[in-house]
Design a protein around this ligand. Structure first.
Ligand code: GLV
Ligand code: MN
Ligand code: MN
Length: 430
């Protein structure tokens, strides 16, 4: 077994991943997709997702990990450390996708972590701490309108309200979890004790254009954007589209159209003022949805994101105010259902340092940057010092089938992840 009190770039060089194996794992996992969707689709709790997670369990075992699935459906593999007890180091990400998504979002951090384990074992490197590799359950916003099921459960922030969110057919998230053998009350009450892990590092694709544009190999994440999500329903009145005079209508879709523009304006102003704010209406439902009926209902799934908590608060108030004005002006009713909000989360400065110093030792260029995307790390950060390593995304594309990261780029991220974990282990904690 090698012991390294100091890790030079040369010592750390041995953890360079085997790219063929890494690429093969990506390829295999990409085989589990929903045939009814385009791109790479593995929605949480769906059949292909469930099948893919048995691939994950097998891959964890093949890498030499002891595997279990916890009370919230997180798949956890453990590589026992020399010390035998005490806080573990942890890494991981998620393997669910958005509908019509890509092959790398989340998957990179899971197969990357498995490659790290392979390299540790192949180099006879025994860590002092246990190393946990986690495939968190359901990171992406799901059909119940909420996200990060597994990491929230670990952080102890799954509430009854959260589990009561329903999908279109009225099934609640809690019932859906129950149907799959999970106990909702345990999911709400399974928070990890403080000190269970000493640090968490997540490898992820950037999902934006910065690293590629500036030609930098590694992103050291400084903060994860906060997210405010609201489902806004404008309720008007269905009328005959041929006979209802324009002035008499209570057209919910026209109100929604104004609301979409208002949301865009709020994001544009925020981006200009703070440098990092965005706003999106990602889904619009219209009822009754007929060519010849004035729409009686329009539902907008809206989100606001920024690493700046001040802007998020103001933008949330702006959305409420503008939507109310639109409804009033058009004599409609308005219902606002705010979903699980997520405060902006800074990563631990100590973790940023160790990742940056490690990248320097490996000879990789890096830059500090915030994440506009949400991550399980935002929840795990409440449990232990947490850091994130980004690798470039081609053309900045993500959440679409074109999402791509070259294997060589991903390989540098995996190498940085391995070396960061080794450094953290040798120094005891972050
Ligand atoms: C997750 O990918 C998110 O940022 O919504
Ligand atoms: Mn995603
Ligand atoms: Mn992700």
């Amino acid at each position: 077994m090698s012991t390294m009190s100091e890790q030079s770039g040369t010592d750390l060089d041995q953890f360079r991943p085997v790219l063929d194996r890494l690429g093969g794992a990506l390829e295999e996992l990409a085989g589990y997709v929903d045939p009814d969707h385009g791109g790479w689709t593995r929605r949480v709790l769906s059949e292909p997702y469930t099948a893919s997670r048995s691939w994950v369990r097998d891959a964890m075992r093949d890498a030499g990990l002891t595997v279990h699935v916890d009370e919230a459906g997180n798949t956890i593999g453990v590589l026992p450390g020399r010390r035998g007890s005490g806080p573990a180091l942890a890494t991981g990400s998620h393997t669910d996708t958005v509908a019509n998504g890509g092959r790398f979002d989340g998957v990179a951090g899971v197969v990357g972590a498995l490659e790290v384990v392979h390299r540790l074992r192949e180099t006879d490197t025994r860590l002092d701490s246990d190393l946990m590799v986690i495939d968190f359950l359901g990171e992406e916003p799901n059909e119940f309108g909420v996200s990060c099921i597994g990491s929230r459960a670990i952080a102890g922030t799954v509430s009854r309200d959260y589990l009561d969110h329903e999908r279109d057919d009225g099934l609640s998230l809690g019932s859906a979890l129950q149907q799959r053998g999970m106990d909702p009350s345990t999911v709400m009450d399974m928070a990890w004790a403080p000190g269970r892990i000493s640090a968490f590092v997540e490898l992820h694709i950037e999902q934006g254009p910065v690293l590629e544009r500036v030609g930098t190999q590694i992103g050291v994440v400084t903060a994860i954007a906060g997210i405010e999500r609201v489902i806004a329903t404008f309720l008007g009145r269905a009328d005959h589209a041929g006979t209802a005079a324009m002035a008499d209508r209570k057209d919910a879709l026209v109100a929604a159209a104004e609301a979409v523009l208002a949301v865009e304006q709020i994001g544009c102003a925020g981006e200009q003022a703070t440098g990092a704010a965005v706003s999106t209406v990602g889904r619009l439902e219209v009822e009754p949805g007929a060519l010849n009926v004035v729409p009686s209902l329009a539902r907008l799934w809206t989100e606001l994101r920024s690493p700046d908590p001040g802007w998020l608060g103001t933008a949330r108030r702006d959305v409420v105010e503008q939507f109310k004005l639109i409804a009033e002006h058009r004599r409609l009713e308005l219902d606002l259902d705010w979903l699980n909000d997520q405060d902006p989360v800074p990563t631990a400065p100590s973790m940023q340092d160790v990742i940056a110093v490690t990248a320097d030792h490996l000879g990789y260029s890096w830059r500090a940057m915030p994440s506009g995307a949400g991550h399980d790390s935002a929840h795990i950060a409440a449990m232990a010092p947490t850091g994130m390593i980004f690798v470039p995304s081609r053309d900045g594309r993500s959440h679409c089938p074109e999402e791509w990261t070259d294997l060589a780029d991903l390989g540098r991220g995996v190498h940085a992840l391995a070396a960061t974990l080794v450094r953290l282990d040798r120094r005891g904690s972050a």
